[in-house]
Design a protein around this ligand. Structure first.
Ligand SMILES: Cc1cc2nc3c(=O)[nH]c(=O)nc-3n(C[C@H](O)[C@H](O)[C@H](O)COP(=O)(O)OP(=O)(O)OC[C@H]3O[C@@H](n4cnc5c(N)ncnc54)[C@H](O)[C@@H]3O)c2cc1C
Length: 455
């Protein structure tokens, strides 16, 4: 029997596993998290009582259905939670589970590794009490706790109103929502909203309930600083009309949308192309998610599409993998799934335009601001390196000179900021700027576990 491995037990990976299992095969489903569900449909840690129905709101039915369907097949697949994939070489995965390194040879690989927050630093963003918007949600969904009692949400992301409401419903005061994008960008994205009118209306209803509950909403703001001594005391910014504003709070959620988590796909040999519109390097794939010989990509790790697209693309990648192994697949079902995925990703592309990251970021950032937290590299150090460069700067070269992106997170956190600074300095395209190449181990592994099996 061929070994089919799926990395990621979010909605994409769960549906891929279900599809393969229903075809009579036994996929290996790997996830570093202890429970299935991924980011959006995360299940709370055991012993934590959260009203998931209330937390998931209108998504609650889909959440329950997904977990119900997964429960019905989990005993017939090889499900390996708490297992990190940290390297891939020649059809071999290197995993870490409970301090033990193991290898898995695969015939076919489906990567459903999800997304990461896109963050642009501002002075004070490393203070305790500052979280990414996604991190804010995880603390709620996983542990049932909030990041503060009085919180400001700052950035440009469709998660701003969603997370604000989730926190509000649990009794947290939302001191303000500060959106760095203005209305003009949102209006220009309106035509793409027809691709998923239900989601669009849901977003509008979130904004309406926040307005009705008199939550302070600011649009077109510019970041100045997050301030505090040992933890956040407040945030300073310029309003859309240019007035300086200070808001006291004990927690800040910061985020500028999501970016696909592509390091695994990179190690597995996917080819990447620059998407100048989104400011992202994305893996090249066909409409089924096929990205190479026996390599398939699904969910937000392939292209941001949201949870529904993740489920559909997970099934699609599984069907493509099955047909490559000679298993009969219903062509009509494949076409339906392709249309769903295409439509939902077009919708998300429109949303990404409506919540575009701030253009002025690289220009206005103070030299003392930390860009790379892992290696403590400041904006001024990067600027100096760029000024000394005799050739057009490239991401990996600047990384080698400054160590920005060389630490524990392997650039997951700082790459967007580094990229924006290079593009601004050299006035060049994303294609010319390049991308940080994926390097194993993509996440830290303890030295006590690293042995002769490490590549
Ligand atoms: C922090 C965060 C919060 C979000 N909250 C919401 C929300 O509330 N509502 C909403 O509609 N959408 C939300 N989204 C968007 C949401 O991620 C997607 O719509 C949906 O969950 C995508 O599903 P997926 O299966 O592609 O990826 P995910 O659900 O992200 O699942 C990916 C899985 O892959 C695993 N993984 C990744 N790399 C490895 C590795 N190297 N080894 C082992 N396992 C690995 C991860 O642990 C994760 O469980 C959120 C996204 C993020 C990043």
């Amino acid at each position: 029997m061929p070994t089919i491995v799926i990395i990621g037990a979010g909605p994409a990976g769960m549906r891929a596993a279900e599809t393969i299992s229903r075809a009579g095969l036994v996929p290996i489903l790997i996830d570093e998290a202890p429970r299935a569900g991924g980011q959006g449909y995360r299940t709370p840690a055991s012993g934590i009582s959260i009203d998931t129905h209330k937390l998931m709101g209108s998504q609650s039915k889909k959440y329950q259905q997904l977990h119900h369907d997964f429960l019905s097949i989990v005993s017939s697949i090889d499900y390996r939670p708490e297992t990190l994939v940290w390297a891939i070489e020649n059809n071999t995965l290197f995993t870490l589970s409970h301090n033990t390194i193991a290898t898995i040879q695969f015939d076919c690989l489906i990567v459903a590794s999800g997304a990461t927050d896109r963050v642009y630093p501002m002075p004070g963003w490393t203070l305790p009490g500052v979280f990414t918007l996604g991190g804010m949600q995880l603390s709620l969904k996983d542990q049932g706790c909030a990041i503060g009692k009085k919180v400001v949400l700052f950035g440009s992301s469709p998660l701003l109103p969603l997370v604000a409401l989730q926190y509000k419903n649990l009794g947290v005061e939302i001191a303000a929502i500060c959106d760095t994008t203005g209305f003009a960008g949102k209006i220009s994205a309106l035509p793409s909203m027809v691709f998923s009118p239900g989601t669009f209306l849901r977003g509008l209803s979130y904004l309406a309930s926040l307005t009705l509950s008199r939550t302070p909403l600011f649009f077109g703001v510019k970041p100045l600083s997050i301030e505090g001594d040992h933890r956040v005391r407040g945030i300073r910014f310029l309003t859309g009309s240019g007035q300086e504003k200070w808001i006291e709070c004990d927690g800040v959620g910061l985020g500028y949308g999501l970016k696909p988590e592509t390091q695994i796909a990179d190690l597995a040999g996917a080819v990447f192309e620059p998407d100048e519109d989104l400011g992202l390097w994305l893996p090249r794939m066909d409409q089924d998610g096929r990205a190479g010989k026996n390599l398939y990509l699904a969910g937000d790790g392939a292209a941001i599409g949201g949870a529904d697209a993740a489920e559909a693309s997970g099934k699609l990648a599984a069907l493509a993998a099955l047909s490559s192994l000679g298993v009969y697949c219903d062509a009509k079902q494949q076409t339906r799934l392709q249309n769903t995925v295409r439509r939902l990703r077009a919708f998300q592309r429109g949303l990404a335009r409506a919540f575009a990251p701030p253009q002025q970021f690289a220009e206005t950032l103070a030299d003392e601001t930390v860009i790379c937290r892992c290696e403590a590299i400041h904006a001024g150090t990067i600027r100096k390196a760029l000024a000394l460069s005799h050739t057009p700067p490239e991401m990996n070269r600047v990384k080698a000179i400054t160590r920005c992106g060389m630490g524990r997170c392997q650039g997951r956190m700082c790459a967007p900021a580094l990229q924006a600074m290079i593009i601004h300095h050299a006035n060049q395209s994303l294609a010319q700027t390049g991308r940080l190449r994926g390097q194993a181990p993509i996440k830290p592994i303890p030295l006590s576990a690293a042995g002769e099996t490490a590549p």
